[in-house]
Design a protein around this ligand. Structure first.
Ligand SMILES: O=C(O)CCC(=O)C(=O)O
Ligand SMILES: [Fe+2]
Length: 354
């Protein structure tokens, strides 16, 4: 089974409140794919492969710096909310969450995720995207964005890729709402001024390029929807709702969307947060060989953006999802409180999305 690729162009072209039958069918594909696979591939005419390449080129150049040079952008006292997070800091949920460990044990062996031995050996860079609310109970630390020196194109590239990814997510969120039989703005109205984060990961395949190395241990994303451009090195495995594991292949020019826990909450469990991991596989090894032949960077960079529900908005099953069989497991909670609660489990208050 392959993930469907949904072209967003027909929906973008159908501006207005009347959604034609063929466009409604695309919306149904979006919601069904999120429900059944926790993921979806889309093509957005506003986000080109060249945009993705420009972003990856800049971030690759940054991660190629020495650890000491990168640590100039480290802000541990701000809980890594901005700037760089070194390898060995992020802890995969499967390492600390007993419930997930039990779930893994109950899975057939062929679908069990790789077992991480400790924290993830991946770096990350956190860059806030979009406006934040003036009045909020959840003031993020009052910190300026961290801009690495010697990369004049950094700010423009991050802002441009970040806003493109948010635009794509907003369209997917509208299409998903229509597909789920909700008002078109049911999700997007809750996303306004959300604490969205562009959070690319950087994994050094030169040092950690052996088959089976776990870059991101089995986890779900705690945010609403996660979007990534195509990475130059494969390695992402996702778990479908039916429990099967699937290696994701993102075609050139496509974007990958994954459902997070906030979406699960809003749909009363109809759409579960997608479990996933990033591991060095045979296909990663092939991409490493090719990159070596072509003298390209051996840093695996993801162009991950975590989109969020606004911190002061209430998470609860929306519309008919209030009647979903498991709706009682998703009581009303302020999105900001929910995020803090999740982060305290993985003991990284202030970090989002993983
Ligand atoms: O590195 C990647 O491709 C994605 C990592 C991931 O799952 C995450 O950052 O939540
Ligand atoms: Fe993730």
């Amino acid at each position: 089974m392959d993930l469907p690729v949904v072209d967003l162009a027909p929906y973008l072209g159908s501006a207005g409140d009347v959604v034609a039958e063929d466009v409604r069918a695309l919306c149904a594909t979006v919601s069904a794919s999120l429900r059944d696979t926790g993921a979806l591939l889309v093509k957005d005419p506003r986000c080109s492969a060249a945009d993705n390449d420009r972003f990856l080129d800049v971030v690759e150049r940054y991660f190629a710096r020495s650890a000491e040079a990168k640590r100039l952008q480290e802000r541990p006292h701000l809980h890594y909310q901005v700037g760089v997070t070194p390898e060995g800091v992020e802890v995969p949920r499967s390492l600390v969450d007993k419930e997930i460990q039990e779930k893994i044990k109950s899975m057939p062996e062929e679908f069990q995720p790789a077992t991480p031995k400790g924290p993830d050996p991946k770096w990350r860079y956190m860059w806030r995207v979009g406006p934040r609310p003036v009045n909020t109970r959840f003031k993020e630390l009052n910190s300026e964005p961290v801009i690495p020196d010697g990369l004049p194109e950094w700010k423009e590239t991050m802002d441009s890729w970040g806003s493109k990814m948010i635009s794509a997510i907003e369209v997917v969120a509208e299409m998903a709402a229509i597909g789920f039989g909700l008002q078109k703005d049911a999700f997007t109205s809750l996303m306004k001024e959300g604490p969205h984060l562009l959070a690319p990961t950087g994994s050094d395949l030169q040092r950690h390029g052996t088959e089976g190395t776990v870059f991101a241990g089995f986890h779900y994303d705690l945010n609403f929807l996660t979007i990534h451009g195509r990475s130059r090195f494969p390695g992402l495995n996702i778990w479908l709702r039916n429990g099967k594991k699937m290696e994701v292949k993102v075609p050139v020019g496509c974007l990958l969307i994954q459902s997070g826990k906030e979406l699960e909450w809003l749909t009363g469990g109809e759409c579960l947060a997608g479990m996933h991991e990033v591991v060095v596989t045979k296909r990663t090894l092939d991409a490493i060989s090719l990159a070596k032949e072509q003298n390209r960077s051996l840093w695996r960079v993801s162009s991950t953006l975590f989109s969020h529900i606004a911190s002061d908005a209430i998470l609860k099953p929306l519309g008919h999802f209030a009647e979903a069989p498991n709706a009682h497991s998703y009581p009303p909670i302020c999105a900001g409180d929910y995020v803090e609660q999740e982060l305290s489990v993985i003991n990284l208050k202030g970090k989002d999305g993983f």
